[in-house]
Ligand binder design. Structure first.
Ligand code: PMP
Ligand code: GLU
Length: 407
């Protein structure tokens, strides 16, 4: 982390060794250029551009007027944990008691709590990559060792049972699975998960962290599959994570939740009790309205995302040097950009890596994307298409123009 060099020895080694979130970093750079007067299309951070539905906003206002302005229980209010339990039963066929559920400040905090609560120095966490930027860094911050398993485009960006089997050691503590996935959009079918579960059944020391935050953002009719629903033996060592950020357009409200074995949730509550205490009381009240309320807005969200996905993928594939498959879930396009690497920009500067290309597109074209290397799969770019149709069209026009200038 270059900006920290020279600050040693005041800062902790675990921080000196960690990378800042690349999605946040690219977005910060984009905002900075925007403040300097540049026209920037920021597609670097994935969050729905829709408004939080009215009934959810109303519930938050009502909670303020009811003076729900005090501390809540560490794990979240009982009313919210009951609503979360209803969600898991209704959508996923999973039964949890409220004390098997933790609510935190976003799914991000649930992931963080779980890793802090379970990892000792040297413990290994198996991570199929590309993976969301925060997974490996959160593992490292907790003292663990991420074991990165490369799952490229040819494999549909998905982990195979053989890869998993070969990666497991006596030190493996977790397998982290994310479906639909950030950044690839890959979705695991129930059959694919069952094949992975077969391997896990032979390795009882390995637990599963299932990050289902993009559950509702899928573009085909296949039923949603999640590991805990496969078999009781797997459920007994699975933490299932979800939240309201993506499906309800509530990223800034910071509510996520995890459910799993009681002892794990208790250990995670200990971590939370000594750090943030709990998620915001008003946001918790709003999340109850989200989980128990009507979902009639969702088809509109998904239809808009599908239209944008089709348009973006088609536009990217028209650019010489980029190659993009149609992602079945989430709201990211993840084109391969190998065809453009090794070329030079107008000033003769070599674009050797995907990070060079992403910086070129930001500086020259005013489009903020995230390089695949940030997700541990170099040679790619990630574009969030959770943005207006106009800004996506403008971004495609600018990317095409800037790529055409490379020699
Ligand atoms: N998991 C994945 C895969 C994500 O992309 C995100 C969003 N950055 C999160 C978890 C965290 O979402 P939140 O903290 O907003 O619930
Ligand atoms: N899910 C988003 C992304 O990957 C949010 C930003 C973040 O938390 O990393 O862009």
């Amino acid at each position: 982390m270059s900006e920290h060099q020279g600050m040693h020895p005041f800062f902790a080694e675990r921080v000196l060794g960690a990378r800042p979130s690349a999605t946040k970093e690219m977005t910060r750079l984009a905002n900075q250029l925007q403040r300097e007067g540049r026209s920037i299309v920021a597609l670097s951070q994935g969050e729905p551009d829709f408004e939080t539905p009215a009934h959810i906003r109303q519930a938050a206002k009502a909670a303020i007027d009811r003076h729900e302005s005090r501390y809540t229980e560490v794990a979240g209010t009982l009313a919210l944990r009951e609503a979360v339990a209803r969600k898991f039963e209704r959508d996923n066929g999973l039964r949890f008691s409220p004390d098997q559920i933790q609510v935190g400040g976003g799914a991000k905090q649930i992931l963080y709590n779980a890793l802090q609560a379970t990892l000792n120095v040297g413990d290994e966490v198996v991570l199929p990559v590309p993976a969301w930027v925060s997974y490996p860094e959160m593992v490292r911050l907790a003292g663990g060792t991420p074991v990165l398993l490369r799952c490229g485009a040819a494999a549909g960006f998905k982990l195979t049972p053989q890869q998993l089997d070969e990666a497991i050691t006596p030190r493996t503590k977790w397998l982290m699975l994310n479906s639909p996935a950030n950044p690839s959009g890959a979705v695991y079918s129930a059959r694919e998960l069952a094949a992975l579960a077969e391997v896990l059944l032979r390795h009882p020391q390995v637990w599963v962290m299932a990050d289902d935050v993009y559950e509702k953002i899928r573009y085909d009719d296949a039923p949603f599959a999640t590991p805990a629903a496969l078999a009781p033996e797997i459920a007994a060592r699975t933490l299932t994570i979800n939240g309201v950020s993506k499906a309800y357009a509530m990223t800034g409200w910071r509510i996520g939740f995890g459910a799993g074995p009681l002892a794990l949730i208790q250990a995670m509550n200990l971590v939370q009790s000594q750090s943030t205490s709990h998620a915001c009381s008003i946001s918790q009240a709003a999340a109850i309205a989200a989980l128990d309320g009507p979902m009639d807005f969702l088809p509109g969200f998904v239809t808009a995302f599908r239209r944008r996905r089709d348009r973006v993928v088609e536009g990217l594939n028209r650019i010489e040097g980029l190659r993009c498959d149609l992602p079945p879930g989430a709201f990211y396009a993840f084109p391969g950009c190998q065809g453009l690497l090794g070329r030079r920009d107008g000033a003769g500067r070599l674009l050797a890596t995907d990070a060079d290309l992403a910086l070129y597109l930001l500086r020259e074209a005013g489009v903020a994307l995230v390089p695949g290397s940030a997700f541990e799969l170099p040679g790619h770019l990630r574009l969030s298409y959770a943005a207006s149709d106009e800004s996506l069209d403008e971004a495609l026009r600018r990317i095409a123009q800037a790529c055409a200038q490379l020699r």
